[in-house]
Design a protein around this ligand. Structure first.
Ligand code: FEO
Length: 682
């Protein structure tokens, strides 16, 4: 294997350049990346840091012993025999070639620095993975806290006649990735195709840079994907639009087959399948935000919580699309035995079990669904895709299933079917001037069930949105009830905007499921048990949390100390609470304790039903704790806390947190207690 081990002595100016580029990215299609944890700070001038635990894997000697060199031309099956000690794991894990050129990226949101590193491994004689290890990344979108960073995986296939690059990396990896790619493909101009599985910047962020070195390469993607990519690359490049069943010939009968997988995780997504090596490239699907040096999925117990959490956040809102993609793979003869994911380890040892989990979880999500919501969006228009995903995430918190329907590609039959099944409809404003989409809106209007469905209309911030108020009036005139007034988005979406859309989705889902949930709850609990459990007393607290422009609060009663060392406690938070998104592992929040004779006013205020996106703190006297979350003037004491872990308790999350700081404002005040007679309400 050709190796190029470069010691990157990136100076701070280089870091600044990366930051500037990333900032400009943020203004167009912004991956929300903010965090509140303390990170190891790097020297600004020397970015060569090889930690003790990494040093043994970071040498050429190790690379030589861990990289397979004896495969035969006939052996195109994935290799997994190479191994190296991994002091994080009990397994004999493949670590490939972990390059020592570690560098750092400065988060523009707060000036903190994250370790970046790259790694390569030959999966077969002619297929290599380039893994970009983002060791410290701690957030992906507002609701997705990461405990173990993430990786961005890119793949090079050197066919007999054609060389293909599948996906790239995040823009922050520019220097490391381009060096590492050069070590795998010495002459970039030999790259014939760049397959873009999905345009979110963690995978497509460096396509523009690769095209500068390989200007004749053809970029391959779905129609929606290439439309997105035009905005990102902003110059002419060769394109090839592919659809299901299309193939690229790589030489001597070897083919790369394409399987569209819309909504996993954006509408543009597709899988690729190498018919010779039988490697399936699935981008976001089946991935995990889990950064270790292990190339494969040997250590299942450690991987599993990250794998399932990833599914919960990213894929569960699209459970129907997951099952559709699995069916398509089966019909197309795509083996999912070695699954080359876009994030985290490649699935190989446990692929059958993990793919089975996706199927099982998706089927369960659909079975459990108490209502169906059809979300209509326009894939290549403004922020329609991201905003629609936020609404969908909010909806699925309430045990509804969601059908995502792209108005730019769907047909009339699909609209009629999805509307027919739905009790709620969400419409992200389409572009005003597109005739095909307007025809589809006509079909949608003709298919709705007056008096039986609720609707939410939202702006897409695409520059030419069909005005939402007249659109809503059309639906009202034919007898659909709005779940709330149309959502407006009049500037580039921020954390607060995504929170607003998610909360509106949750409100819609709650409207659709409330009655059935109450009925089920009454039936599921014996009256005696409910009365007895009601005698378990609790306190009265206001939990507050803030991240960027998003902030939230809730009244809590189910709070209990859980440990002395560290000082820790648990709070039970209903899964459909808005604040739940701001209480991921690693997040900070404040627990405000109320007093016996002063709890009524704050409790009354925070128990109000706030409209989505409303400022819960308007008219409330508060000051920020060091994490930024509000300390209420009405509190008798407060604790500043950090979430350590979350336990799934069916309809609640039990959130265990460490108390980091705190204070008592009134040491003579008694804390409020909350007494109930029955456990079927708070
Ligand atoms: Fe990993 Fe949807 O990007």
């Amino acid at each position: 294997m050709t190796t190029t081990t470069t010691t990157a002595r990136a100076n701070f100016a280089a870091t600044t350049t990366t930051r500037r580029c990333f900032s400009s990215f943020l203004s167009s299609r912004r991956p929300i990346e903010h965090h509140h944890r303390r990170r190891r700070r790097f020297q600004k001038t020397t970015i060569v840091v090889v930690s003790k635990s990494m040093s043994s894997e970071s040498t050429e000697e190790t690379a030589a012993t861990t990289t397979p060199t004896t495969t035969t031309a006939a052996d195109q099956r994935p290799l997994s025999s190479s191994s190296s000690d991994d002091d994080d794991d009990d397994y004999d894990c493949v670590v490939g070639r972990l390059l020592p050129n570690e560098t750092a990226w400065t988060n523009p949101a707060n000036g903190e620095e994250y370790r970046l590193q790259t790694q390569t491994h030959e999966l077969t004689r002619d297929t290599t993975v380039i893994r970009s290890l983002d060791w410290d990344r701690d957030r992906f979108d507002i609701e997705f806290g990461l405990e173990k960073g993430t990786t961005y995986n890119s793949y090079v296939i050197k066919g007999k006649e054609k060389t293909v690059l599948i996906d790239t990396s995040h823009e922050k990896f520019e220097q490391l990735y381009m060096e590492t790619l050069a070590s795998v493909v010495e002459d970039a101009e030999t790259i014939d195709y760049i397959v873009c599985s999905h345009t979110e910047p963690d995978h497509s962020g460096l396509i523009k840079r690769v095209l500068e070195r390989a200007p004749d390469a053809t970029v391959v993607g779905t129609k929606v994907c290439l439309a997105f990519l035009d905005n990102l690359v902003q110059k002419e490049f060769k394109k090839l639009v592919v659809k299901g069943g299309d193939v690229l010939e790589l030489g001597e009968g070897r083919q790369l087959k394409f399987i569209p997988a819309p909504n996993l995780h954006w509408p543009d997504t597709m899988f690729s399948y190498d018919t010779e090596s039988e490697l399936a490239f699935t981008c976001d699907a089946f991935g995990a935000h889990y950064c270790t040096k292990n190339v494969f999925d040997e250590d299942l117990p450690k991987l599993m919580p990250h794998f399932s959490f990833y599914y919960e956040c990213l894929m569960k809102p699209n459970a129907r699309s997951v099952l559709t993609a699995l069916r398509k793979c089966e019909a197309d003869g795509v083996k999912l035995s070695t699954v080359c994911t876009g994030h985290g380890p490649i699935l190989q040892r446990n692929s059958e079990e993990l793919i089975g989990d996706y199927k099982k979880w998706s089927e369960k999500a659909l079975e459990k669904a108490k209502a169906s919501v059809a979300v209509f969006y326009t894939a290549d228009y403004g922020f329609s895709d991201r905003l629609s995903q936020s609404v969908a995430r909010g909806v699925v918190k309430t045990d509804c299933e969601v059908a995502m329907v792209d108005l730019s590609t769907c047909d009339a039959q699909q609209i009629v079917e999805d509307v027919g099944r739905a009790s709620g409809i969400v419409l992200l404003a389409p572009p005003n001037a597109n005739e095909d989409i307007q025809d589809n809106i006509g079909v949608l209007i003709g298919a709705v069930k007056p008096g039986k469905q609720k609707i939410l209309v939202c702006e897409s911030y695409g520059g030419d949105d069909e005005p939402v108020d007249p659109l809503m009036r059309k639906f009202a005139e034919i007898g659909l009830q709005e779940s709330q007034s149309p959502l407006k988005c009049q500037s580039t979406p921020t954390e607060g905007t995504y929170q607003l859309y998610e909360e509106a989705g949750t409100d819609l889902g709650q409207l659709l499921t409330q009655k059935e949930k109450l009925k089920e709850m009454k039936l599921s609990m014996s009256a005696d048990v409910a009365r007895a459990l009601g005698r378990v007393s609790g306190g009265l607290y206001i939990v507050t949390a803030l991240q960027g422009t998003a902030k939230s609060a809730m009244v809590a009663s189910w709070v209990a100390q859980a440990s002395f060392e560290p000082l820790g406690f648990t709070i039970a938070v209903a899964k459909d609470r808005a604040i739940e998104s701001l209480m991921q592992v690693g997040d900070s929040f404040v627990l405000n304790c109320l007093s016996e004779d002063g709890f009524e006013a704050p409790m009354k205020h925070f128990l109000k039903r706030f409209p989505p996106g409303a400022d819960r703190f308007e008219g409330v006297d508060w000051k920020p704790a060091s994490c930024g979350s509000p300390i209420l003037a009405d509190a008798v004491s407060y604790l500043e806390c950090k979430v350590v872990s979350r336990m799934d308790a069916n309809d609640h999350w039990v959130i265990y947190s460490e108390a980091i700081d705190g204070g008592v404002f009134n040491k003579d005040a008694k804390t409020a207690s909350h007494f109930r007679k029955v456990a079927t309400y708070y």
